[in-house]
Design a protein around this ligand. Sequence first.
Ligand SMILES: O=C(O)c1ccccc1N[C@@H]1O[C@H](COP(=O)(O)O)[C@@H](O)[C@H]1O
Length: 240
Amino acid sequence: MITTSPSAQLVSPASRTRIKMCGFTRERDVDAAVAAGADAVGFVLYAKSPRYVPLERAAELARRLPPFVTPVLLFVNEDTAKIRAACAGVTGAIAQFHGDESPQDCWAACGSEARPYLRAARIPLGDAGRGFDLLKFAQDYSQAQAILLDAHIDGFGGGGQTFTWSLLPPNVDAHLVLSGGLTAANVIDGIRALRPRCKSLAVDVSSGIEVPGHKGIKDADRMSEFVTAVRQADQLLCNK
Ligand SMILES: O=C(O)c1ccccc1N[C@@H]1O[C@H](COP(=O)(O)O)[C@@H](O)[C@H]1O
């Protein structure tokens, strides 16, 4: 017989928010992310990023991952042949397109090979977010496995900035991944604001799990706190 403490709550599978952590450069941080409960671990293959790792290094780090933790390769306006080669070099990898890639670019690099990919939608900061047509974007990139929402900043991403979640449309016919400036302190609000608006919601964090001032160097405590906060959000939404 399975017993639970009176205060224990079962979280239904539908309400378990998947967590991607991104921008890894070190073995110990990858291991800590897995231990904390990350579902996906991202590697930035964009040479201008402070979190950049060459493909061989990403592949080496990804080999540490246990089954059912997905490696994600992040690209910004990369050459199609290089994307294909990179994905082929990392077992089980999915791609994240974070630049100006068109639907056709994404299809040529991944879709035509039946490889899942995420497409980043870079939402303008503040009130300007109102002008971003997420419904059209989701339709244009309907072949993507999910649309990843990030704040529009210089340098394409990883800036630790939030956009205004409340300005997004109430009904988006897509799986969404919320990112951009998430931390253990704000992710509960983010999940509560976004999950009712889409088919499913996952979250993605990079800056918010780093040692302050050290891009690409992750903090094990921050990773655990982030996962704990996401699980609290799941409980809150489960009990509504
Ligand atoms: O991490 C980077 O340096 C980066 C560079 C270029 C494009 C995207 C990048 N990171 C991604 O941006 C989002 C949000 O990150 P943050 O939590 O606000 O730091 C996330 O998907 C990162 O992987």
